[in-house]
Every structure is written in C-alpha cells, then in structure tokens.
Design a protein around this ligand. Structure first.
Ligand SMILES: Nc1ncnc2c1ncn2[C@@H]1O[C@H](COP(=O)(O)OP(=O)(O)OP(=O)(O)O)[C@@H](O)[C@H]1O
Length: 729
C-alpha cells in the first residue's frame, strides 16, 4: 500500500499542464496522497496490537488502521480500533463478555512479534472446550482490560513525549472516547486518570467517525502552555490524524503570541465576565461624537460638520448592529455627502442654477473629499478604523478611558489594569483582544489594491467551481479546504496550498467542527467566551480537574463555569482510576486533596512500586547543593529515566543554574519547572522543593502542591528548609 501510494503521489509531481487549474489539481492530488502516505508510515510500527476471538469461532485483528485483502474476497484483515466492531476489545469483561471468548494483546515492534498475552472472557467449560483451550491456560482476571499490557505501558520509563494508549484503553475511557459528538461533554477526573489521553483519542475517534463533517472544519485542541503542547504533539500524528490545531489560549488570537502571565490580582480582574462590558464601553467611547461643530480646512475650502450631522452619522454607524469597522463605511459615506453638499452649495451659489450640478459632479466631489488629507484625518478622529490591539492598548494607557469604560471597577483595580503602550500582551489579555476584535470586525475593502484582490478572488472562484464540477465525491472534503482566496493567492504564486489546520490557525473567525479543551478548569469567564466563539455549534469536549485549578480566575465548579454559556446543556463523565501515580505517592497527594475539598473523591491508584517518598530537611544555604545531590542519587548514569525538579518561582533560575538544567525541552533527562509549567506533564521521578513556598506563592497554592505531588510515575522526594512542610504534618 505504501509503495502504491508513494508512486501515486509522485505521479502528481510530474503531471500538470501549466495552467492555474492544472496546478491546483496537481497540488490537491499530491497533498491528498502525501497525507495517506504519512498515515501509512506512522501505522508501520505497532500496526496490529490485538485480536478478539468470539465464542462462535470468529476472530479479528485490531490495529491502527483498517485493511482489506486485495482481490475478490475483500476480506477484512485488520480492523481500525475506532470502528464500532472493535469496541468489545476495549470493554468486554468476564461479567459482560459481549460474545468474546478471548482478548489477545500483541506486542509488535516494527514487523517482529515480541510477546503476547491472553485474557479469557467466557470461561465456561463448554466455551473453552469448543475453542480447544485447557482450563490451565485461563489466568485470573482483574477488573483491568489487558492488565499485563497495561502494566508494561505504565511501568515503562517516560521519554518526555506522551505516547498513545490505543493498545490499552480501559472501559471507562472508551465510553468517553466514543461518546456522542454533539453537545458539551465535561470529563472530570483526578490527576493521572488519563484525561489528556482520552481527549486526544476522542479527537482521533471523532475525525475517523465523522470524517466528512470534520475534515474541512478541523478540530481545535487547547492546552495550558506550549511545553504541554509539544509534550502531547506526537500523539495524534501517531494515530494518523493531522487535521487538529493545537493551541494555547495565549496563541488563539492570530497576530498575538502571549506567553507571559499577569500577576494573580491582575489576572483575576481581566478574567471577570464584566470585562466584556468594559471592552464594549471602550469602543463606545471611541464612537462618541463631539457636542460642538467640527471644522475642516480642506483642499476644497473650509467645511463644517454640525453636531446634528455628527449625531446622524453615529446613528448610521449603530444601525444594523454591525461591527465598528464595517459600520465605518456608512458613517463615512454620510459625512462625505454632508461635506459634498457644502461644496456644491458653494460652487453653485450665485450662479442662479444656470450650471447644473450633476450626479457625476457630486460623485467626483465625494471622491476628491475622500482623498483629502484634512478630511481623512477628521473622519479618522470621528470614527477610527481600529484594530483590537489599538483599542485595548489605548484603553489600558488612559485612566480617563478606563474610568469611562469600567465605571464599576474600583480605582485601585483600574490602576492594576494600567499598561504602557507597547508592553507585551499577557495570556489574560488575549480573551479581551478577541472580545474587541469581535466588536470591531474586519474593515470593508475600500482601497484599490483590495479591489484588485477581490477581482482575482472572483476569477479563482470560477476555477474552483469548474474543478468542483469535475471531481468525484471522495475528493470533496479536500476541495472544500481550499478557498477562493487561496486559489487567488496561488495564481499570484504567493502561497502553496495549506492544510485545514494551518488555515484555521491563521483565521480568528474560523469556526471548528469540534473543540477540545485540556486543563479546562483553568479558563476564566472571559476565556470561555473566546473559546465558545470558536465553536458556535458547541460540539466540545472539556477535560479537567476542579481540584487542580491554579489560575486565579479558574473554575471552582463546572456548573458555575459553564452555566453562562451553555446553561445546563452539558453532560458529565468521570474518570476514577489513577494510572500515573503509584499508591505510595498517592497517599501523600490524597491528604492534600482532602485539605482542598473534603467532598472530592481521590482517584484510585492502579499500581504500587514499593518505594516510599523520601523527605529531607536542609539548611537554606545548602538547598542548591542538596538538590544537585538528590538528582544525582535518583538518576544513576546510563539510565533512561526523566526527572523534574518542581520549585517555587523565586528559586527556578537559581536551581536551574545549579543543575545546569533547562525548562523547555522535556526530552532532557532533568528539567527545573514551576508548577504551572508542569501542568499536565509527567516524569519518572519528581523532586519537590519547598512545598510551603509553592503553596504560599499564589491564591490557589494548595492546588499547585497537589499538582506537583501527582506528576511522578515512579518516585518522589521532598526537600525543604525551615519548618517541616504542611504536607508532611
Ligand atoms: N488506558 C491506558 N493505557 C496506558 N496508559 C494509560 C492509560 N490511561 C492513562 N494512561 C497513562 O497514564 C498517564 C496519565 O494520563 P494523562 O496524562 O492523560 O492523565 P490526566 O488525567 O490528563 O492527568 P493530569 O490531570 O495530571 O493532567 C499517561 O502516561 C497515560 O499515558
């Protein structure tokens, strides 16, 4: 299949008749076959990982993709793990065998079978006899599907990159992965319960099951930070899926790339829902008209706009409730006409109506006024064309504007919002920028260059229609990914065809077929507004853990966070088993969870390592040395394990220097991270430094300590100075 696909793809490199239409077809063909080839290449390793045998003697192999025998028989050789008939592989139990006699896990590397393990699900003597299996072969079954394969995966050293769990998805996870596409699904689960893994596999499942609907719109996955996105970045491609846009909240607004966080008290204000009102008022402020006449010394003489002209222009701007920049055309048109009338009156007065002033004359005057610098500057002052960045930047910089836009905010809170123009945008600014962009809208295409581009686009639309006519159905989703604008650009040789994912990421107004949010508990009310805008159909999967909230404006309850956006139209699914943290570490974390909220149920650890966490007090001047020693003890040379030192902000750089470690590349064996940076990640070993300082550093500090304690898959050590940490008492 690979050889055939490769040959097909390469045939498109040579084809082509040099015409724009021909080149487009060539590019489409090439991209299509290239995507298939990538999917085949990634499926090469561990192509097949399971087999199910039914009690009536049938058997079927399960793998990363579906495959059929060539020729007349058309027999299915391999079933895609996402197909409905593969489901028993994941959910059958001895109590509910779903017609299965045996589930087999195969461990294949490249084309070599390394090991296999069997579970018998129907252990009745009759079934075993029919299948020719002796009762001795039947192992004791636990509640876990494919327990030995699962334990092998869980005990394997981490690599700094998340891997897929397609071979060992558990029943409660499978139910969520295959849950209905429509509506808002919230997946609540403690640390290590596989929320991220489930979210990613659900995206792959949805893309497989609803390919037609989703391929052209794409799926958006939002994660807490870029390190996290690079940690999970390989999972979907390894499942053969590339039509997913991964983004942080800070990168969701095209043109801005925010990584810095505000101080907690500032972030809390910016996250409030009332900020939407502030942004709307800030714009209203810009649309206010002077109460006195505006005098313009134009090239056509001195012109005056009276307050009633200004009021009428404003009414035209507000009519139809269209966004500010789009409404500008109506405001400008009206004001230009008022000015043109004055010019007309001046030119025709005293002529006794002998020289007619025709419609063409009027149009010419309007055109001249439009080009006039003094007129342009006056119109700009009255109804400026604005970007979201400009609106927000001007607002933050001016106490007067802030006082107008946020009259209910206390002065101290308004002072906290002050920002010098040009300072970098923060993550909590991004939802406010998005809010502003929504109210501003894209400007109308006015100038000549734009008009030419429109003409090119219309031409390209013709080409697109022509191509669509001649396509067979299977190619439809691909074609719908290319807009007339792309074709026009292609014609200009400006860009090559981009994938749905790339196009979507560059377009603020793009709406996705499905949106997945990881660590969703961290979203502020303003961030929710931005995210929901990306999916008006509200087909969303939100995964998170209320107990791990660390953002000062994050959620304390799913209901409170979601009610303003979806009312009670969301469904909850819970994950209850902790696959990451061994029992010995979980006991410490569970104590912290009880302090956060007594009513929360800790997830149940699925395995034990026999290694207790260690605790060590050191004097403040020895902290760096002690950390270096502890890391050395934990990671003997030649091993493969990965270790994270989790620290308070204030110690990050000092300890990173002492350890000569970084904090961006998770494939390094040692990294030094603050807790927010370690969100969603995991390591073989964690050394937690000064937990009390971490707790005291932020308003949700205890949540941070809980996150820190639940990052290790094997061992945990705690170093502190001064009083014994609260988590040890
Ligand atoms: N069914 C499974 N088979 C194999 N590994 C699994 C399975 N479920 C979860 N895991 C592993 O458990 C670990 C924790 O999973 P994941 O990171 O998805 O948890 P999480 O709930 O998102 O945690 P957190 O809330 O801490 O971010 C990962 O290494 C994941 O691969």
């Amino acid at each position: 299949m690979r050889a055939e696909t490769l040959a097909l793809r390469d045939s498109y490199s040579a084809k082509g008749d040099g015409t724009p239409g021909g080149r487009v077809q060539q590019d489409i063909g090439w991209s299509h076959h290239n995507a298939s080839l990538t999917a085949l290449n990634v499926a090469e390793d561990r192509l097949c990982f399971g087999r199910i045998d039914t009690t009536d003697g049938e058997s079927m192999h399960i793998g990363r993709m579906g495959m059929f025998e060539e020729g007349a028989s058309d027999r299915q050789l391999l079933m895609d793990w996402r197909a409905p008939s593969a489901r028993p592989f994941y959910v059958a139990t001895a109590a509910h065998p779903l017609g299965l006699l045996r589930r087999r896990h195969l461990r294949i590397r490249r084309r070599r079978l390394e090991s296999l393990s069997d579970e018998f699900l129907d252990v009745s003597a009759e079934a075993l006899q029919r299948a020719g299996i002796s009762p001795d072969e039947v192992a004791a079954t636990s509640g876990l599907a494919g327990e030995s394969a699962l334990m092998t995966a869980l005990n394997a050293p981490r690599t700094g990159r998340m891997s897929d769990i397609v071979e060992t998805i558990q029943s409660e996870q499978d139910t969520i992965i295959r849950s209905e596409r429509n509506g808002v699904l919230v997946v609540q689960g403690g640390p290590g319960t596989g929320k991220t893994a489930v979210a990613l596999h659900r995206a792959a499942y949805l893309l497989y099951t609803f390919r037609e609907q989703l391929a052209s719109r794409g799926v958006l996955l939002i994660g807490p930070n870029r390190t996290f996105l690079s940690y999970i970045g390989q999972v979907l491609p390894s499942l053969g899926e590339n039509a997913v846009v991964l983004s942080t909240l800070g990168d969701l607004f095209p043109g801005v790339s925010a990584t810095a966080a505000d101080r907690p008290e500032v972030a809390r204000i910016k996250g409030r829902r009332s900020m939407a009102g502030m942004v709307a008022n800030a714009l209203l402020d810009r649309q206010r008209m002077p109460k006195t006449a505006v005098v313009i010394e134009s090239g056509l003489g001195r012109l005056v706009l009276q307050p009633e002209d200004l009021k009428r222009a404003q009414d035209r701007g507000w009519a139809g409730r269209i966004p500010h920049n789009r409404a500008r055309a109506a405001v400008v048109r009206y004001l230009l006409r008022r000015l043109a009338r004055q010019v007309k009156e001046r030119q025709t007065s005293g002529l006794g109506g002998e020289i007619p002033f025709t419609a063409e004359d009027m149009a010419q005057v309007v055109a001249d006024l439009r080009e006039d610098e003094a007129v342009q500057s006056a119109l700009h002052g009255l109804w400026p064309l604005m970007t979201a960045q400009r609106l927000l930047s001007d607002l933050y910089a001016s106490p007067r504007r802030l006082a107008f836009a946020a009259p209910d905010l206390q002065e101290r809170a308004r002072d906290l919002l002050h920002r010098e123009p040009g300072a970098p945008w923060t993550i909590s600014d991004v939802p406010l920028l998005d809010e502003a962009a929504e109210l501003l809208g894209e400007p109308r295409l006015a100038d000549q260059a734009e008009a030419e581009r429109v003409a090119a686009r219309e031409y390209a639309q013709g080409v697109l229609d022509m191509l669509n006519d001649g396509q067979d159905e299977t190619d439809q989703p691909l074609l719908s990914m290319i807009s007339a604008a792309d074709l026009a650009a292609l014609r200009e040789e400006q860009v090559t065809l981009s994938s749905t994912a790339e196009r979507a990421a560059q377009d603020r107004e793009w709406t996705y077929g499905h949106v997945v949010v990881d660590e969703a508990q961290e979203l502020s009310p303003m961030a929710w507004r931005m995210v929901i805008r990306r999916c008006p159909a509200r087909s969303m999967t939100l995964v998170g853990d209320i107990a791990q909230t660390s953002d000062p404006s994050g959620a304390t309850s799913w209901d409170r966070a979601l009610r303003p956006h979806v009312g009670d139209r969301w469904r909850l699914a819970e994950l209850t088993v902790n696959y990451r943290t061994p029992l010995e570490i979980s006991r410490v974390a569970d104590r912290v969870l009880r302090r956060i909220d007594r009513t929360l149920q800790p997830p149940e650890a699925v395995r034990s390592t026999g290694v207790q966490p260690w605790w060590q007090e050191v004097s403040p001047e020895k902290l760096a040395d002690a950390t270096v020693h502890a890391v050395r003890d934990e990671l003997p040379p030649g091993g493969q394990e990965h270790l994270a030192v989790l620290v308070p902000y204030a110690l990050r750089d000092e300890l990173a220097d002492a350890l000569r470690a970084g904090h961006g590349d998770l494939t390094d064996r040692v990294v030094v991270l603050t807790v927010p940076e370690a969100k969603g990640l995991e390591f073989d070993v964690v050394i937690l430094v000064e937990p009390d300082r971490i707790e005291d550093e932020s308003p949700r500090g205890l949540g941070d300590v809980y996150v820190a304690l639940t990052r290790a898959t094997q061992r945990l050590g705690v170093l502190w100075t001064g009083r014994q940490p609260r988590i040890a008492r």
